[in-house]
Design a protein around this ligand. Structure first.
Ligand code: PRP
Ligand code: URA
Length: 175
């Protein structure tokens, strides 16, 4: 299997810094914003964005997690898992929720994430921030904030490795 590094640690950091600036610019600050990181690695990216925005603007955006396992379209939903899908300690009604994930591919994960959110709360807006957009969408979903667009073949795989979970910061494509 051939592997190639697409982003190294410094490039991941720069991408997240740029996304943080874009979020602040487009939303004219942080009012009403909430980050929800899709488990597993979206959680750590959301935490990193929260810290970056804090460094830039001095404001801590409420940040939580989203476990979409129970909302996947290839599984029978399990009631407890549906209940526990969102973990955040502020109400989401009327807020602008920014979903954060590592890779956007078919869009099915994000469809499930929106389903999990909208089945229980009514945010004023939902946006999407991803580190990598690799194309091949199967649903009408796009990223509002993307670290890098990478044209890929369907049989390639993008692996986002983050220190918090994988002990290394890198994005690798394997074919
Ligand atoms: O747009 P999609 O086609 O839904 O693909 C994107 C999703 O795929 C990956 O998760 P995966 O299901 O591989 O689980 P993981 O997060 O545990 O790696 C990735 O973390 C995204 O959440
Ligand atoms: O290449 C891919 C496709 C979906 N999700 C990933 O994390 N990588």
């Amino acid at each position: 299997m051939k592997k190639r590094t697409i982003l190294d640690e410094a490039q991941i950091t720069r991408s997240l810094t740029r996304i943080s600036h874009e979020i602040l610019e487009r939303n004219k600050g942080t009012e009403g914003l909430v980050f929800l990181g899709v488990k597993t690695r979206g959680e750590f990216l959301a935490d990193r964005l929260q810290k970056k925005v804090e460094e830039i603007d001095g404001v801590t955006i409420p940040t939580g997690t989203l476990d979409i396992t129970a909302y996947r379209d290839d599984k029978e939903p399990d009631t407890d898992a549906l209940e526990d899908a969102i973990d955040i300690d502020v109400p989401l009604d009327g807020r602008h929720v920014i979903i954060v994930d590592d890779v956007l591919y078919t869009g099915r994960t994000i469809r499930a994430a929106m389903d999990a959110i909208l089945s229980r709360v009514r945010p004023s807006k939902i946006s999407l921030a991803v580190l990598i957009d690799r194309g091949h969408r199967e649903l009408p979903i796009r990223a509002d904030y993307a670290g890098k667009n990478i044209p890929t073949a369907r049989d390639e795989k993008i692996s986002v490795n983050l220190e918090e979970y994988d002990d290394v910061n890198e994005v690798v494509i394997s074919e």
